[in-house]
Design a protein. Sequence first.
Lengths: 476, 486, 95
Amino acid sequence: MEWETVIGLEVHVSLSTKSKLFSGTASEFGAEPNTQANIFDLAMPGTLPVFNEEALRMAVKFGLAIDAEIGKRSVFDRKNYFYPDLPKGYQVTQLDFPTVGKGSLTINLEDGSERIIGVTRAHIEENAGKSLHEDFHGMSGIDLNRAGEPLLEIVSEPEIRNAKEAVAYLKKLHSIVRYLDISDAIMAQGSMRCDVNVSIRPKGETELGTRTEIKNINSFRFVEKAINSEVQRQQDVIEDGGRVEQETRRYDADRDETFSMRSKEFANDYRYFPEPDLLPVEIDDEYIDTVRASLPELPDARKARFVTDYGLSDYDAGVLTATREMADYFESVAKDSGDAKLTANWVMGDLQALLNKNDWSIGQSPIQADRLAMLIARIKDNTISGKIAKTVFETMIENSSGVDEIIENQGLKQVTDSGAIEKLVDEVIANNPDQVQQFKDGKEQVLGYLVGQAMKLSQGKANPGQVNQLLREKIS
Amino acid sequence: MIEKTAAELASALNNGAISSVELTQVYLDRISAHNEQLNAFITVCEESALKQAQAADEKRANGDNSPLLGVPMAHKDIFCTEGVTTSCGSRMLSNFTAPYNATVVENFNAAGAVMLGKTNMDEFAMGSSNETSFFGPVRNPWDLERVPGGSSGGSAAAIAADLCGMATGTDTGGSIRQPAAFCGITGFKPSYGRVSRWGMIAFASSLDQAGPICKSAEDAALMTNVMAGLDIKDSTSADIAIEDYTAQLGQSLEGIKIGIPKQHFAEGLSAGVEQSIRDALAEYEKLGATLKEIDLPNNHLSVSAYYVVAPAEASANLSRYDGVRYGYRCENPVDLEDMYKRTRSEGFGDEVKRRIMVGTYALSAGFYDAYYRKAQKIRRLIKNDFDEAFKEVDVVIGPTSPHTAFKLGAKTDPVAMYLEDIYTIAVNLAGLPGISIPAGVSDGLPIGMHIVGNDFAESRVLNVAHQFQLATDWHRQKPTLGGAGD
Amino acid sequence: MAFDRSEVEKVAHLARLHISDAEADEVTSRITDILELIDKMQSVDTDAVEPLAHPLDVKQRVRPDQVTESDRREQLQTLAPEAESGLYLVPKVIE
C-alpha cells in the first residue's frame, strides 16, 4: 500500500528577554545551578506573577512576521501536573486565547520549490527547570534556573508531508526568530526545541491516522531521522496488522529509533483553568502598529531584494539570507567590495567551506566582513589574481594583518609591468622551442601550456591575460 | 489601657501616657498569661517586638506622629514575615521561615506598628471554626468551650481578649467577618484588589482579600489607610485611587438607603441574632436612614458556586507544597511518587485534602463545564444581583452569621460547616467590601452585623459602621477572662 | 454525578495525595455530600450568562524587562529539605 505521512510540529523557542516571564530574575543561559531561581521562581508561598512586557512584544513581533492574527485579548491558564522541575505544580500557558493566532510561513525545499505551511497558533508560556540525572547518592538534582523563562510555543498545522519539509519548516522558523532577534534559537542549548506529531494514512484517505508525539528533539538532523524512523515504524506496525497507539515517544539517536515514554495508565489530565493571579492581556491597534513599525526586513523580503538589487540567482539569494547574520555579512562585503557576484561566490564558496570545516557560525569567522571586502577589492583592481587570493585567504585565517600587508609581505602582488612580463615570455620561448614550433604549425592548444609555464615561472603573480597576449604576439 | 482601640492607644502614645515599649510589654505579658488558654498565637516575637517598639518611641521623640506608630499588633500567620516562621496553620509550613515580607507586613512596618507575633488560623485559611489548624483550635474568649470562628480565629480571639491593639486577617468566604461576629469585634474585608496579596499565602486567588481585625470601625479605617493601595507585585491589585478612609467616618446617615436582603432573614436564622439585627436596623432609622427590602435571588447558590471556585483555585495553589524546595517532606521516600503522596498526605490536614480533592475533581476532564464554568456563571449572576441592589440602596445590611459561636467539635459535617458562611460568601464572589461589627449579645455571646457596600465604596461602609458605633456601645462589650493579667 | 471509590483513587492520584483504604469510604462519602451541595447550581439555567472569572474587570499590567532580583541561592536553599552542590535533591526522576 502507498502511505502518506502527516506531520505537525510544536516548536518551543526561548524568548531572549533579560528577565523571566513573570519575575525580575535574570534569564541567562549557563549560570550556576539555581543562582537564577528567586522567591517567585521557586514558588515560595505568597509570591505572585507580574507579566514581562518584552515577552509580549516579542510574541506579537513573531505573529506579525508570519502574518498571523494577533490576539487582542489573550488569557493565561494554568496547566496542572506534578514534576520536580515545575515548582508551582502548574505551568502558566495560554490555552484558548493565545497571543498569536492563525498565520503561515513559506518553506524553501532543496529542489528550489516553495510551500506554504499554516501555523495554527503561537502562545506564551513558562519554561520548566531541569532534572540532572547524575547520581547524588541515588537522588536526582533539580536546577530551576530555566524555570519561568519565557517560551513561545509555535504550533503548525498538520500540513507537513515528510521529514525534509519538517526540517525546512524548522529552518525557516529558526531564521525568522533570529531575524526578529527574539530568540537565540540554539537547539543544542535548548533555546529551540521541537516536538513532532506524526501519523500516516493510506494515500488518498482524508481522515487522519492515529498520531504519536516525539518529544524534545534537539537538532535538525535528528528531527529528520526521527521522523523517518517513526514513519517506518508506523508502517511496519500497520502492515503487520497492528494499530498505532496514541502516545508520547522519544527518539534515541544511537539506535536511530523511537521508543514509548509513558504508558496510558499515567495519561495526564491537565485540568486547565484561567490563571486567577493574572488578568486578561489586552492590546490595541496602536500597540500592534508600533510593533509592526519596529519589524526588521524578514528573510523572504530580503531574498527578493538580493535578487533584484544584486542580480543574484534565487538559490544564491536564498542561501545568503538564510540567517540574518549571513545576510548582514554578505551585504557589508558586497557594498565595500563593489562586486556582489564575486562576493556571493566567495561567501558561499571558500568562506562557507571554512565555517563548515570548523563548525563556526558567521559571527565566529576569523575573516571579518571588512577584510573579505578588501580581498575582493584587490582581485577587482588586479592587485592579485583570483588564484593568489585563495592563498591570501588561507593566510588571513591564521593572520589578523590587513590584506594589503599580507600581499606585500609575501610578495604576492600581481606582476603587470609589461617589461617584466616580456622577460618571462622570452624565457619561456627560449626554453620551449619544440612547443613554439608546434604552435607555429597550427597547434593552437599549445599556447595554454606556454602560458602555464610563464605563470609558473612568475610563481602565479603574472597577469595571465597579459602573458597570453604577449606570447601570442611574439610567436605568431 | 489594654482594652483601648488602636486610635485610643495612638493618642495615649502621643500624649505620653505610655511608651510603645511599655505598652508592648503589657501585651506581651498578657499574651504569656492567656495564650495557653486561648491558643490565639502560633508565634510570639518578644525580642523583635520590643526592638520595634523602641524604634517607634525614638521616632515619636523625633516628632513623628504617624497614626499607628508604636501600636502593638498581630499578623495572621498567612502573611509572610521575613525571618519569622510563617506556617499558614499547617504542618506543611510548620518549619517555614519566610524569606521575605508580605506587602501588608511591609506597610505596617513602614507605619511604625509593632508586631507582637503571628496568629493561629484554620489550615491554609480553610475553615470557619479554627479547628483545622495544625497548631490546635483557638478558643473563643467569650466562652472557652466555643470556637472563635475562622479562618482568622486567632486574630479575632486576640483582639477580643485584648492580647493586641489591632490585627490583620484574610477573608476568602467570610474568614474575617465571621470570626469578628463570633468574637464581638470589628472585622473588615475591603473590595477585592484593594489590598495587595503579595506575600499573603494563597488559598483562592480570585477571592482572597486581606483586611483589618480590630476594635472599632475607626480602627478599621486607620488600618485600611495603611493596607490599601496599588502594588505592582500583585497583578490583581487595583489601580484605583486610595482615599483617607477616616475622612468620611463622621458623615451623617441622614437620607441614606439601607437594603435589607430578604434572603438573609429567612429560614435558618436564629431568633436571637434576628432580634439584634432588627434592633440595630431600628437604630439606623433613628440615625436618619431609610430601610428597603431587597432581593438577592441567587444568594442561595453562592455556597455551591464558592465550593467549586475556591477548591478549584486552591487545588492548583497548593500544588507547590511538594517537599522539594521548602516545607515538610516525608521521611525516607522510596521514590518520587511516594515523596509527593506522603509529603502531601502527611503535611496537609483532612479539610485541606478534601478541598484539594473537590477542586481537582471539578477541574478534571469532562467536568469542567458542569462545575467550574457553571460556577463562574453563577458568580456573574450573584454579582448582577448586587449591581441591581446598589442601584437602589447605599449599603446592604444583614446578619454576619445565622447564629452565635458554636461549641468546639459541634460541626463535624463539612457541608454544615460550609453553610456557616451563607451570608458572607456572595460578597467574596462579587468582590465587594463588607464589614462585621458587634450588634448585640445573645445568651452571653456576641452577634455580628454585616454591612456590605458597592465596589470600592470602603469609605461608605466604614462610615455606616462608625455611626452605629458612635450611637451604641456593643463594640465596647468585653468577655471576662479568668487567670492572671485581668 | 456519582462519585465512587474509583473516582477517589483517580482524583487522589492527580492531586498526589495518598488515601488509605481505611479512609477511602469516609472520604468518598464526604466528597459526595459536598458535590451534592455544589450540584444545586444545576437548578439554574445559565446558558446566556457570561462566566465571571474575576471580580476585577481590568486588564493585565506589564512590567519592564528588567532584572530586579539578585542571587539568593545560599539563603533560600537553607529552606530546602535536601540540597547539594546548589541543586535541590529529590528521589530519582525517571523519564
